[in-house]
Design a protein around this ligand. Structure first.
Ligand code: MN
Length: 736
């Protein structure tokens, strides 16, 4: 369209909207002002520059925005591209127009791309701009829409970047504001430049199906028209192809080719009242078989952007699935124009008494209220919990920097995102000035202050709290490094215990230990000590090597000065860590076990076949095993719970207890129930056993009893309070 046609079209639209003559006059004044300023400037398309502001104004007029926004549309590039100052605009058109132009100019300076950090910063600025005046966002969206429409004149590499940015930022933004019309067009245009082959394939096929679509609508109309007449419902029925990007998304999601995608056609039925929506739904469902699970009532439960409609899918006239949307004219208007529609109502002061309409925009209204309430825009960001990008959370540092995180992220993620050092030194967190737990899920706009201390160290259970890969990796790295130091010092003390400190130091000085390390393909003594410390090699082995290297001349100094003693550690792999045996499976020595890092309670030791492990994230699992010498090392016993089903007859319990005592096993607790209908006695016992072998032995002894039906292991009865078995106390004393 040339300039003249555009302006005529604009005037036509404005008149259709019953705008006053002086309003149109003012808008025209802004147009002429901009025309003069952009005189002699051309776009990449070689069109006069003024075409662009005219197009932007037309897009906005269609959104039915107020006159100041349309005026600002004409002027939106003059500060940036001409010598005009904001003051001049204010002089000519007043403060409101000046603020709008300034707002969109500022927003235009940001490059909405590159690193995640930059992007988050841009979002923040967008929020802030929106807080000040949502019309600035309308301007920005319209500007972007026209630029996308004319993107073919741009260089190919720019096309890609701009299209990606549009898809990532502007289309979701339009969606969040409920402006479905702009959102769809932005998405389709982005697709055209990001995946041209797919775009043109879809476009072509959609065009091919046009006749089919029209037929579907006709057949549907024929089928339901009688019912509609009977109910005196006026309905406007249109068939439409879904927009390209939603077809593309669906193809990608289902990983199918276009011709396999049956429901590219959707039918929209527009009626006058909400009640009629439901009546039409009834009519549709009585003629066509509804597809289960596809009905959605966005009238009773509007989307957060105010969208209302009934959605259903049925087997349509051709026995093909058909998507049907049913809505009133007003709902349709809101679906297309979203917040812009509402804004107009507000602006013209003609908000209907119907508060329900108003409620649809609770989100937007809250924003408007905040705009009036809050002095600063930052205040707004702090208060409004926006879900513009539903899978992301934007939290702020106390100095106002944005940290963007995935939904569900915690202060631990936040801390590691700032810096590894901050993460590692975290001791606590203030969220919005209040002390909070480190596992709190952060919300949009939260101001997060991480409390640190120089001496603080990461905790193993943070692995459960952290949701980002970054934080988890850093925590794991820290532990790997940290544990190495620990292992080295354990290794060192093991060697010192074998050799005495003096001889050990001598061996270090003389390089003898380094030689040993090298014979084992290690590069340093520390590597050797680390392996020694975590039990991968034994001190005996190193001692033997030292003796061997010494070759007789001074073997004596390498004679162990003490009796070799194996580690007293009950479980290998948990050195120095807090742990407890899981009550759900009660592992016993001799059974395959695994450690699970828990929240705040150290490591929980489970049997490898424990059902509870199925839901555990693999990165929380630790490889551990019982010390094979455990039975020799200590006389410690472990609680194991068993359930014995027996014939319900007198004396059974006594017999069973006697049998267990015969097996030289203590009973820690006993619960007895009887099921009289089944003539069954259920006996739950806590046994003190030293190993799985011992337990198996006892269980087999019980199974061999005549009246015993079954014996199996059960979780620890949570009602039962454990006490330290008296036998064990005694044994412990005897041991010393
Ligand atoms: Mn522009």
């Amino acid at each position: 369209m040339n300039e003249e046609t555009l302006i005529n079209k604009l005037h036509e639209v404005l008149k259709q909207q019953n705008r006053a003559d002086d309003e149109i006059e003012e808008i025209n004044k802004a147009y002429l002002f901009a025309k003069k300023l952009h005189e002699g400037q051309y776009r990449v398309s070689e069109e006069p520059y003024i075409i662009h502001p005219c197009e932007v104004a037309l897009i906005l007029a269609d959104l039915r925005v107020d006159k100041h926004t349309i005026m600002a549309a004409f002027l939106h590039d003059v500060i940036e591209d001409t010598d005009t100052t904001p003051e001049q605009i204010e002089q000519e058109f007043g403060e409101d127009v000046k603020n709008l132009v300034e707002g969109v100019t500022k927003l235009g300076k940001y490059q909405f791309k590159s690193s995640e950090e930059r992007q988050a910063e841009n979002f923040r600025k967008m929020f802030v701009a929106m807080a000040k005046d949502v019309r600035v966002i309308f301007l920005k969206l319209a500007d972007r829409l026209h630029n996308m429409r004319t993107l073919n004149y741009m260089a190919a590499n720019k096309q890609q970047r701009i299209a990606q940015e549009t898809l990532d930022i502007f289309a979701p933004l339009a969606g969040r504001l409920g402006i479905g019309k702009i959102k769809s067009e932005l998405e389709d245009l982005s697709l055209r430049y990001l995946h041209p082959d797919k775009y043109f394939e879809i476009a072509q096929l959609v065009a091919q199906k046009k006749t089919e679509r029209e037929q579907t609508v006709r057949m549907l109309m024929q089928t339901i028209s009688i019912n509609l007449k009977q109910n005196k419902i006026e309905a406007e029925i249109t068939g439409r192809a879904k927009h390209y990007y939603s077809i593309y998304k669906k193809m990608k999601r289902l990983n199918i080719a276009f011709h396999d995608l049956y429901d590219v056609t959707a039918v929209r039925i527009i009626v006058n009242t909400e009640r009629e929506c439901y009546e039409v739904l009834g009519v549709i469902h009585s003629h066509f078989k509804p597809i289960p699970g596809r009905f959605k009532d966005y009238i009773a439960m509007p989307k957060s952007n105010g969208y209302k409609s009934l959605h259903t899918s049925v087997l349509g006239p051709r026995q093909k699935p058909l998507e049907v949307q049913i809505r009133t004219k007003e709902m349709h208007h809101i679906a297309e124009y979203g917040v812009a529609a509402h804004w107009r109502y507000k602006e013209s002061g003609s908000v209907k008494a119907d508060s329900k309409t108003d409620l649809q925009f609770a989100w937007m209204r809250r924003m408007l209220e905040l705009e009036q309430e809050s002095a600063g825009a930052d205040d707004f960001v702090e208060k409004v919990k926006m879900d513009l990008f539903t899978n992301q959370v934007f939290a702020f540092t106390p100095t106002g920097d944005v940290i963007d995180l995935p939904l569900g992220a915690t202060p631990i993620d936040f801390a590691f995102k700032i810096h590894t050092d901050v993460g590692c030194k975290t001791t606590g967190v203030l969220i919005n000035g209040r002390i909070a737990q480190l596992d709190t899920k952060l919300k949009n706009g939260d101001i997060v202050e991480i409390l640190t201390s120089k001496k603080s160290e990461p905790k193993l259970h943070w692995l459960n709290i952290a949701t980002t890969k970054q934080a988890q990796t850093k925590i794991r790295q820290w532990f790997k490094k940290h544990k190495r130091d620990e292992y080295i010092s354990i290794g060192k003390s093991l060697m010192e215990a074998e050799l005495t400190k003096t001889v050990f130091d001598e061996c270090i000085k003389s390089g003898e230990l380094l030689n040993i390390a090298r014979t084992m393909n290690l590069t340093s003594v520390d590597d050797l000590l680390a392996l020694l410390g975590n039990g991968e090699i034994s001190a005996i082995k190193v001692m033997n090597k030292l003796k061997h290297e010494a070759q007789g001349d001074d073997v004596s100094k390498f004679m162990s000065h003490k009796k070799p003693q194996s580690s007293k550690q009950e479980i290998i792999g948990l050195e120095g860590l807090m742990y407890q045996l899981a009550k759900c499976c009660l592992p016993l020595p001799g059974e395959a076990i695994v450690g699970v890092v828990t929240r705040g309670k150290g490591i929980s030791v489970h049997r490898q076949d424990c059902k509870s492990l199925e839901t555990v994230q693999p990165e929380r699992l630790l490889e551990i095993s019982w010390n094979p010498d455990i039975e020799k090392l200590s006389k410690k016993t472990y609680i194991s719970a068993i359930r014995i089903d027996v014939d319900d007859k007198i004396g059974m319990l006594k017999d069973i207890l006697a049998k267990i005592t015969d097996c030289d096993t203590n009973i820690n607790y006993a619960n007895v129930k009887s099921n009289s209908t089944k003539k069954l006695g259920i006996i739950e016992l806590g046994l003190e056993v030293s190993s799985i072998e011992k337990l198996n032995y006892v269980m087999n002894q019980l199974r061999a009893m005549e009246s015993v039906q079954s014996v199996k292991r059960v979780p620890l009865n949570s009602n039962t309070r454990l006490y330290v078995p008296s036998s064990q106390k005694k044994k412990a004393k005897n041991h010393k």
